[in-house]
Ligand binder design. Structure first.
Ligand SMILES: [Zn+2]
Length: 380
């Protein structure tokens, strides 16, 4: 059995001098549009506490600006990219107002840059051959390092430059995905501090190895940077060193989550997770470091979409279920300090704290899904 899914691809590419120049223009225009939009919205938020959803409004202003001689340079950018920046800003504000993200920030030249736009589907066949050719408007053919051959035809394309100066092109394709075979297994997972995931069948994922190693390298690189004169050549070079370490951390984190979620979704048919309010947890200082490191939001997001890809099911448990405090054997509730790593109950159960929570999450998930006939298997 197969299923049509949206799959995203990202490749490194090597621009020539003209492309580097054009991309600098594109990024510059996109930054300008983003920052202009932000100024207006920040004002509206501070004055009236409201969200202006004004992609359309500002977009007509851009059209006006392009006609002015002083802003004619905006014409150098791909039009769709500027429009898309404003749509993305709408989304960023939506996330902020719903408590899912912090207030959108101004874009700086020294940070990572990106633009996105729709590829013209009428011309795409002339401009794209999977694994061989990719031509973009105003840029021409890109020298792409195809690390895999994408299936399907790209629609939305993202071109980005990392803070350390590497160029990437990414896009989504609709592809046919084989479903993963059914295993008949149900699992509950708890997001822990020492181990990213502890599952009800006793699997401890551990944490990505980068944590200590790269954190140390990052601190060292930042110390060197702080000793350099701001704006000097040495400072500029060292800033790229710092950005590279940041990228290494982000990549190894992504890689870890990718492998972990593929494993969970392959080995189980039903996955029960806690529906965590991440911004609420961020306020809890004890947990915030672990949460930021692990990216619970990202973990849940990946489990969610991979389950949809492979024909598996996710059950979300309310975070108000006392999964940590409840005894998974007899159901009694007791107070647990964050430092207590082992759950001990009067009924005689002595169990790892996170495993206990995972078992409770599994039980709650089964109750929610109505699969009560399986309940007696849960504690086993
Ligand atoms: Zn008990």
């Amino acid at each position: 059995m197969t299923m049509l899914i949206q799959k995203s691809y990202k490749f490194c590419f090597y621009p020539d001098a003209a492309q580097v120049e054009q991309l600098a223009r594109e990024f510059g225009c996109a930054r300008f549009v983003w920052n202009q939009g932000l100024i207006r919205r920040e004002y509206a938020y501070q004055q009236w506490g409201v969200s202006l959803s004004s992609a359309y409004d500002i977009s007509s202003q851009i059209t006006g600006l392009k006609k002015l001689e002083s802003h004619a340079w905006l014409k150098d950018a791909t039009a769709g990219a500027l429009q898309q920046k404003l749509i993305d800003q709408d989304k960023a504000f939506d996330n902020f107002f719903k408590g899912r993200a912090s207030f959108p920030k101004f874009k700086k030249k020294s940070h990572a840059q990106s633009i996105r736009y729709q590829l013209d589907q009428r011309c795409v066949l002339n401009n794209y051959r999977a694994g061989e050719l990719l031509k973009l408007p105003k840029l021409g053919e890109l020298k792409v390092k195809w690390s895999q051959v994408p299936g399907g035809i790209p629609k939305m394309v993202t071109v980005s430059k990392s803070a350390s100066g590497k160029y990437f092109v990414g896009f989504m394709c609709e592809v046919e995905q084989d479903l993963k075979p059914m295993t008949g297994k149900v699992v509950g997972i708890d997001v822990g501090i020492k181990s990213v995931v502890v599952s009800s069948d006793g699997f401890h994922s551990g944490a990505p190895k980068y944590t200590y190693y790269y954190q140390r390298r990052l601190r060292k690189a930042q110390r060197v940077l702080s000793r350099k004169k701001k704006g000097s050549n040495g400072w500029k070079k060292q800033r790229i060193v710092v950005a590279r370490v940041h990228e290494k951390i982000a990549n190894s984190r992504k890689d870890f989550l990718h492998k972990l979620t593929t494993k969970l979704v392959s080995e189980n048919d039903v996955i029960c997770v806690e529906d965590l309010n991440v911004s609420g947890m961020m306020r809890n200082r004890c947990l915030s470091k672990a949460v930021a490191d692990v990216g619970i939001f990202e973990l849940n997001r990946r489990i969610q979409y991979k389950s949809a890809w492979y024909g598996k099911e996710v059950i979300k448990i309310s975070r108000w279920e006392p999964s940590t405090k409840t005894c998974s054997s007899c159901g009694q509730i007791r107070i647990m300090k964050l430092s207590q790593r082992v759950y001990e109950c009067e009924c005689g159960l002595v169990i790892d704290r996170d495993l206990n929570a995972a078992l409770n999450i599994k039980r709650a998930g089964l109750v929610l899904s109505g699969a009560i006939y399986q309940l007696d298997k849960v504690a086993a």
